[in-house]
Design a protein around this ligand. Structure first.
Ligand code: SF4
Length: 210
């Protein structure tokens, strides 16, 4: 194999338990003192520290008990957030309405922005006519979603099924921390990992198309 090996090539995963030997290409043993200190220092920053402590508590306390919706609620509650943003795909607006109802019932203020906000024509931004036949003329606008939620002062933003790439722009421009509740997969009921659980068949299909 010519590629540089990394964690995805490791069968030992010793960093989890320290009960075995690290592999010779291990990323943990290869870390420089400088990198370790840099990252340790980042965890001392107040928000980073609080997020890591709270999420570790929730993970351990409700392990295999809480759904992701419950984890989001618990995380927001323990972080002391009052106002939650929802950045939703228009195709998941009904699911987002349910989420908003639940969050409001739990005492949070909710503010949602749908992906088509601003109603910008795709063709204004360089998308040619041939690419608007199935999905319509108005573009997903994740930067506007982030901007509107930033202006509303949301303290945690929840992504509901933004498309690949659109989600990246939303993460890039959101001022509040973001968590993803729904990762869009139109083929697999928004359960993208399903493709990987069919690993052999899926790998064959993808590599055959190359
Ligand atoms: S850090 Fe080392 S032990 Fe952990 S997964 Fe990566 S290569 Fe394996």
């Amino acid at each position: 194999m010519n590629e540089t090996r990394s964690c995805v090539d490791c069968g030992i995963l010793n960093c989890r338990s320290r009960e075995k030997e690290y592999p010779d290409f291990c990323l943990t043993t290869g870390l420089s003192e400088e990198t370790i200190e840099k990252v340790r220092h980042l965890y001392e920053e107040e928000e980073n520290n609080r997020v890591s402590v709270v999420s570790a508590q929730i993970e351990d306390e409700f392990y295999r008990e809480y759904t992701r919706v419950e984890e989001v609620i618990e995380f927001a509650r323990r972080m002391g957030y009052a106002k939650i943003g929802i950045a939703t795909c228009i195709g998941l607006i009904e699911e987002s309405r349910i989420l908003a109802r639940i969050l409001r019932k739990k005492g949070f203020e909710v503010y949602g922005a749908v992906c088509k906000i601003g109603s910008f024509p795709k063709t204004d931004f360089g998308v040619s006519e041939e690419y608007i036949t199935k999905t319509g003329a108005f573009m997903c606008n994740p930067i506007m979603q982030a901007e509107v939620l930033n202006q509303a002062g949301t303290e945690l933003n929840v992504v509901m099924g933004l498309c690949v790439g659109h989600d990246s722009l939303f993460y890039k421009y959101s001022e509040a921390l973001v968590t993803t509740l729904v990762a869009k997969d139109r083929v697999l009921a928004h359960n993208p990992v399903g493709a990987l659980y069919q690993a052999n068949a899926y790998y064959k299909k993808l590599t055959a198309e190359e």
